[in-house]
Design a protein around this ligand. Structure first.
Ligand code: DGY
Length: 328
């Protein structure tokens, strides 16, 4: 039987390539070259599957130019790089990598919250710059985590993980806003209460964003929402660039309309709004919330499982548009 052909669009663990090679003819990008969409289309000619990492845009134009493509397997839980409607219309399956990164990403969300509220990055830069000449009582005073109110926007699995950490580990009062309310048992387990978005923004001491990016969630936090937040509040975005209006946030931080922000994702990343690079009260990290070695391996493995599951066995593990399977 001839092997299906698979493209790996970005550099990845050698073991991941080896696993794929056991089943497919593989072309990979271990040099991690930045392919334009025209180059990606060229590389995809004759390929039935592609391993993507979340940064490659799969849209109608690409699909029209790659008629043999059958599956795009994202090594990410987010899949806003996929035009899922266009994929479904063309009978192309999309898969993502949920669950395996939940706890790691929730850990990071909490770490970023603590670094932001307790001004860890800002004070470290001060120390490294040789500016620490004497201690003073108000040096880098931040805000408390324990006993404060944590507002979570987006209460999927990662949001729930952050809620548990806040409520059980730090005695926080947890409020959340989500498209749909959790069932009572899950709310009780997370010790979280459902509130409207406006109430959350007005009452939370710390706001953490964990919503998926869609046209409807674009600029969930803009100037109007920032104006509702407490001047002492912290905002953390581990969701996606575009959930926050970065220009409006930079202005609010500069004018101290909120106390601080922690951002792992940015509009137009890897570009970062230049104003964000100059304000001191923001902690910036390069989209690394799921970046631990075991979790990144598990994410890569799940993408491979999906490619094998679909192209070899006809049973992908985490399909995003199962309608495609029904139509086969
Ligand atoms: C995800 O899985 O969506 C993370 O943002 C890593 O890309």
């Amino acid at each position: 039987m001839t092997k299906a052909k698979v493209l790996v669009a970005r550099s990845i663990f050698p073991e991941t390539i080896a696993r794929l090679q056991a089943h497919f003819e593989v072309e990979s990008n271990q040099a991690d070259d930045n392919w334009s969409s025209a180059q990606l289309i060229e590389k995809l000619q004759g390929k039935q599957g592609v391993f993507t990492t979340g940064s490659e845009r799969i849209d109608g134009a690409l699909l029209a130019a790659c008629p043999e493509l059958k599956i795009c397997a994202n090594m990410a839980v987010g899949y806003n790089n996929f035009d899922l409607d266009a994929m479904t219309a063309r009978g192309v399956l999309g898969t993502n990598a949920p669950d395996v990164l939940t706890e790691t990403t929730a850990d990071f969300g909490f770490a970023l919250l603590m670094a932001t509220a307790r001004r860890i990055a800002e004070s470290e830069h001060f120390l490294r710059a040789g500016k620490w000449k004497k201690w003073s009582y108000d040096m880098f005073s931040g805000s408390d985590i324990h006993g404060s109110t944590l507002g979570i926007i987006g209460m999927g699995r990662i949001g729930q993980g952050i809620a548990r950490r806040g409520a059980l580990g730090f005695g926080m009062k947890v409020i959340y806003h989500n498209r749909s309310r959790l069932d009572a048992a899950l709310e009780a387990e997370c010790k979280a209460s459902y509130v409207g978005k406006e109430e959350l923004l007005k009452t939370a001491d710390h706001v953490v964003l964990v919503v998926p990016y869609t046209p409807a969630s674009h600029h969930t936090i803009g100037a109007a929402e920032l104006a509702l937040m407490k001047p002492t509040a912290t905002l953390v975005n581990i969701a996606r660039g575009g959930i926050v209006d970065d220009a409006a946030l930079a202005a609010a931080l500069r004018e101290r309309r909120i106390a601080a922000a922690g951002l792992d994702v940015f509009e137009g990343e890897p570009q970062v709004h230049p104003e964000l690079l100059t304000v001191p009260n923001v902690v910036l990290t390069p989209h690394i919330a799921s970046a631990t070695v075991p979790t990144r391996r598990a994410m890569a493995d799940l993408a491979v499982d999906n490619l094998i599951g679909f192209l070899v066995d006809g049973k992908p593990v985490t399909p995003l548009n199962p309608a495609v399977l029904a139509g086969r």
